[in-house]
Design a protein. Structure first.
Length: 232
């Protein structure tokens, strides 16, 4: 076990820096006043005096961006941006991340998954060329030697409440859970879109339900990126 140390100074920039999330077909044009050259692909960035613009995973067939700017710059830009884009809350941004198939680990789901269960190796969330890190042996063994039996899928549910950490059951094996809700966001009324980690075999061979085998059924939908054939 090796520990690398370096002398650093940390500063809390919460009061001086903000992050604006922008998405949709009109987002690029709206940002062009500050960033004439936009990031060309997801997970790339550009920076200038206006701040740093990161392009994140696309959603709803449109690009998404995160603009890291000073609080003053964001306040000046907001009136201009809202003439071209509809203002929305953080719920809309979380929903777009679900649609993009990008998971967010929260307190109820900590230490529940290895990265491959959440498709992180498919979306650039794991770099197998890096050096040592906690849990490396398990993650690498799964990647190179193991047979993955669980994946994260996109689903819709009609229920009064859906939240991360809630368990999912198969009607073919009702006595034990076969998966867990990773992220969920309300779309309208009692309808939710969610990312759910499940046993691959259960999602293929049976109907899955929220909370119990007689709970609300999950309707699976295609992710925006292909999944490998893990059965091979």
């Amino acid at each position: 076990m090796y520990v690398m140390r370096a002398k650093v100074t940390l500063s809390d920039l919460s009061d001086s820096q903000v992050v604006l999330g922008l998405g949709g077909q009109a987002a690029g044009a709206a940002l062009s006043a500050w960033f004439p050259a936009l990031p060309a692909a997801p997970y790339t960035s550009v920076a200038n005096d206006a701040g740093t613009l990161l392009r994140v995973a696309d959603a709803f067939d449109a690009p998404r961006y995160q603009w890291v700017a000073t609080a003053a710059a964001a306040q000046d830009a907001w009136p201009v941006l809202t003439t071209q884009l509809a203002a929305a809350g953080s719920s809309a941004w979380r929903l777009s991340s679900i649609q993009a198939g990008v998971p967010q680990i929260t307190l109820p789901t900590q230490e529940q998954f290895v990265p491959q269960m959440l498709n992180l190796e498919l979306i650039g969330g794991v770099n197998f060329k890096k050096g040592c890190y906690p849990g490396q042996e398990i993650v690498a063994r799964m990647q190179y030697l193991g047979k993955l039996k669980r994946r994260m899928l996109l689903a819709s549910i009609s229920a009064s409440a859906v939240a991360p950490g809630m368990e999912v059951f198969s009607d073919a094996d009702p006595d034990q859970p076969c998966g867990m809700i990773v992220n969920a966001e309300r779309t309208e009324g009692d309808n939710f879109d969610c990312l759910v980690e499940v046993k691959i075999a259960a999602a293929t061979d049976a109907t899955l339900h929220l909370g119990a085998a007689n709970g609300a059924p999950l309707q699976f939908r295609a992710l925006p990126y292909p999944l490998p054939n893990d059965s091979e």
